[in-house]
Design a protein around this ligand. Structure first.
Ligand code: UFG
Length: 327
């Protein structure tokens, strides 16, 4: 049995769907602040899923999960607030939820002797890139509280391994993209801040806002590494296997190692929608580095993982999901 925190959210729900399909028993613990009960209802159709509504900030609630589910052998921890801009306005919310919430989870894991954890980290732990593509040895200097909160947890996990033997894999996502290939679930944030859903949602009276065309990049717009959410899911499954087979505490970048600019993404969205999308160019958004691309060699070698899907696949599935979710 696996415990998945944040299993009602975007990346967590795709992971749950995939492991349910492999016959695994799953307990999802989610506060539903940013995740959706509708997603849980959908997931329940595809396997043995137990849903527990609770908040990691409450130690008793997460202890209770382990108390009644003694078969939990590992935890995959997605639950977190993840909006960079919001974290700058309200750091307390981020440190309290992400760091304190994780401390409670770790506390409960240790009490019940569960010592394997896959943790959702982020490219934001690196901060402004000093070189690109970014490998795992790149200096870690986050430039916002969101990235800081994730880096703090990574450091806590190092210490918990040394002191208590808790083994963890931190997966540093670059830009997660796309949806379930059968459009059963997909990206659903309120408000939506991410590039691909925002382009796809644009309409005649609600144009897509392109933030900055004066960056020092191939076409003046920011370059990102869009990694398909089903490929991300697969990496979590491989990371769990790695831990179960005695793998040591480690971190891995999850990206494709290919960069796409905002204008390139926009063009593929137009192709897939089969129509021109209204766009408005605005000044740069605060805190956006020009280029963020992963060096993914470590995950390829040690996790035996390889991204199978490209940007077009991600945009196609995101669009199919958008049509379903709109209704
Ligand atoms: N963008 C637009 N218009 C929009 C939304 C985004 O032009 O409506 C641009 C952004 O300015 C940026 C690019 O599209 O240049 C990608 O933006 P996203 O918001 O989709 O993604 P980010 O790269 O900002 O954020 C991602 C993750 C974060 C993580 C961060 C690390 O979503 O969780 O990478 O830097 F913290």
């Amino acid at each position: 049995m696996i415990l998945v925190t944040g299993g009602a959210g975007y990346i967590g729900s795709h992971f749950v769907l995939s492991v349910l399909g492999k016959g695994e028993n799953v307990v999802v613990f989610d506060s539903l602040e940013t995740g959706h009960i509708e997603t849980i209802e959908t997931l329940k159709k595809y396997g043995n899923l137990k849903f527990i509504h609770g908040n990691l900030k409450n130690l008793d609630e997460i202890r209770g999960v382990f108390l009644v589910n003694k078969a939990i052998k590992a935890v995959v921890h997605f639950a977190a607030y993840s909006q960079v801009a919001e974290s700058m306005k309200n750091p307390q919310k981020y440190y309290y939820n992400n760091v304190y919430g994780t401390l409670n989870l770790l506390n409960a894991m240790l009490e019940f002797g569960v010592k394997k954890l896959v943790f959702s980290s982020t490219a934001a732990v690196y901060g402004e890139p000093e070189y690109t593509p970014i490998d795992e040895k790149h200096p870690q200097n986050p430039i916002n509280p969101y990235g800081n909160s994730k880096l703090m947890i990574e450091r806590i996990l190092d210490d918990y391994d040394k002191a208590y033997g808790l083994k963890s894999v931190r997966l540093r996502y670059f830009n997660a993209a796309g949806a379930d290939s059968k459009a059963r679930i997909g990206e659903w944030h309120e408000p939506e801040t991410h590039l691909i859903p925002n382009i796809l949602k644009a309409e005649k009276d609600k144009s897509f806002k392109m933030f900055g065309t004066d960056y020092d990049t191939k076409d003046g717009t920011c370059v990102r590494d869009y990694i398909n959410v089903e490929d991300l899911t697969e990496a979590h499954i491989k990371a769990l296997k790695y831990l179960m087979e005695g793998g040591t505490t480690s971190c891995f970048n999850l990206g494709t190692s290919n960069g796409s600019s905002v204008k390139e993404v926009f063009k593929v969205c137009e192709e897939i929608k089969g129509e021109s999308i209204p766009v408005e160019v605005l000044p740069r958004r605060n805190g956006d580095p020009a280029i963020l691309v992963a060096d993914n060699k470590k995950a390829l070698e040690l996790l035996d993982w390889k991204p199978e899907k490209d940007l077009k696949d991600s945009i196609r599935t995101a669009y199919n999901w958008e049509k379903v979710n709109k209704h």
